[in-house]
Design a protein around this ligand. Structure first.
Ligand code: HEC
Length: 437
């Protein structure tokens, strides 16, 4: 992606801060949505498998419901998956432009993987509504039917692509935390065979299942869901399955998170980083408590709270990774701001604006006042040692006179306006007040 890398503009401090907010939002959206899409796909496949074994069309219907709750909109994959990915790629490219690192090629590659994954996921979703596939699961046709094979093929290919693209993405997020301590050979292979990638991915993987199960639980029992309402007993089976899935995966998260935190490179640690650790631990604890309660009591009243806690959790993870990256990337950021200043001067000179060096009070006195004033003796105007003392406690009054001179003494002519800029008035007034006797 050389074209992209070579055309990034340098950014002011404010712009960089703004871009970091964009990065936080896009990463939060990207990981939470891809988590849901990927998680519901696996849950759906599990149920489809169960339907074949148990010869019970309920599981098939549940499978179909799960995948359509994950892609609730045709464009969801583009809006919540591909668009945030592009936004993150854009921000990283800018933030890393002064380093040897470049993530844009890998991100670009991952973007296509993700697009393909979403297309296949969508094909899988449609396939579950076709007559042939439906009839397999009501026992009318055999499992080997072509359409059913295609349906499975698209699901498993989507699964593989999701796994690969998320593996690369989380790896990339970890890898750039070492931006200053490693040689810049961040080839894809290095990232794929990195322990930190594996750790971060295991965390994301467990999170995705837990989050997808919570998401479907909220969706399934949102009051209006036909699927849950039609059959109380079957609704109960679905509920137990989802709660159990979320429960199992939330058990892995604390340990995985702990390993993840201790494997963050030292140069990326900061107090903000540890601040987020506390929040994340707390959220994990809350989700576990909610889930344990729901599991034990077979009640679902905390499903919403648990889901939102999950959403907060993944946002905090995004924030924490960003803090770590910012700390590690501080030197590059400094270089970036210096580059911005240099570019700015160059640009101003190119269009004919020259920055005028700032004048000191003394410079202004010599250039604009000394023709008519000295401190000791009368020239055209009265000496400062006589006129300035009365402004000792009134710098505002002095500034006002210098900026807008008016007639004061009968025996002197009126002082002409010197046409000073406000900051020049400030410096000359300070100069007079600190030099009179
Ligand atoms: C062309 C001559 C001239 C120049 C140049 C000039 N002044 Fe004056 N200044 C005067 C005169 C004449 C007076 C007396 C005006 C009066 O009393 O009405 C005066 C009065 C003053 C006073 C006394 C005000 C008071 O309240 O008594 C101050 C302070 C002063 N000038 C500051 C400045 C400063 C600062 C500059 C340079 C930025 C400056 N002047 C440049 C002619 C000049």
């Amino acid at each position: 992606m050389d074209i992209f890398d070579n055309n990034t503009l340098s950014q002011s401090f404010m712009n960089l801060e703004l871009l970091k907010i964009v990065l936080f939002i896009s990463n939060s959206v990207l990981f939470s949505y891809v988590g849901i899409a990927f998680g519901t796909l696996v849950l759906s496949l599990t149920m489809k498998g169960k339907s074949t074994v148990a010869k019970d069309p309920f599981y098939f219907e549940f499978s179909r419901y799960l995948v359509s709750s994950g892609i609730f909109k045709k464009t969801a994959g583009i809006i919540f998956g591909v668009a945030p990915l592009l936004a993150s790629m854009f921000v990283y490219t800018i933030l890393l432009q002064t380093s040897e690192f470049s993530v844009s090629a890998d991100f670009y590659f991952t973007m296509w993987l993700l697009i393909a994954a979403f297309v296949l996921l969508y094909v899988y979703r449609i396939s579950l509504n076709t007559k042939e596939v439906l009839s397999v699961y009501s026992g009318k046709e055999n499992n080997e039917s072509l359409k059913n094979k295609l349906s499975n093929l698209s699901a498993f290919s989507a699964l593989a692509l999701f796994l690969l693209s998320m593996y690369i993405l989380v790896g990339e997020n970890m890898y750039i935390m070492t931006v200053n301590s490693r040689p810049a050979n961040n080839s894809l292979l290095n990232i794929l065979f990195d322990n930190n990638t594996l750790i971060e991915f295991s965390f994301f993987f467990s999170f995705a299942f837990m989050f997808a199960a919570l998401f479907s639980l909220v969706d399934l029992f949102n009051g209006g869901s036909k699927f849950a309402a039609r059959d109380a007993e079957r609704g109960g089976t679905a509920k137990r399955f989802l709660i159990k899935t979320a429960m199992i995966f939330v058990l892995f998260l604390p340990a995985l998170y702990f390993i993840k935190v201790i494997s963050v490179p030292k140069e990326a640690l900061s107090s903000s980083f540890f601040g987020t650790v506390i929040f994340i631990m707390f959220l994990l604890f809350m989700i576990s408590v909610y889930l344990y309660y729901m599991y034990k009591e077979e009640k679902i009243e905390f499903r919403g709270a648990a889901f939102y806690a999950g959403l907060l959790l993944i946002s905090f993870i995004a924030l924490q990774n960003e803090f770590a990256f910012n700390t590690a990337n501080a030197l590059n950021e400094k270089a970036l701001l210096e580059k911005y200043n240099a570019d700015k001067i160059e640009m101003e000179e190119a269009i004919g604006i020259f920055s005028i060096p700032k004048l000191t009070g003394e410079d202004i006195f010599k250039a604009k006042c000394s023709a008519c004033h000295t401190f000791e003796t009368k020239l055209v105007g009265p000496p400062y040692n006589e006129t300035v003392p009365k402004y000792k406690e009134d710098i505002a009054g002095l500034k006002d006179f210098i900026a807008h001179p008016r007639k004061i003494r009968e025996d002197f002519p009126i002082m002409p306006d010197q046409g000073l800029k406000p900051e020049e008035v400030d410096s000359i007034a300070a100069y007079l007040l600190s030099h009179f006797k």
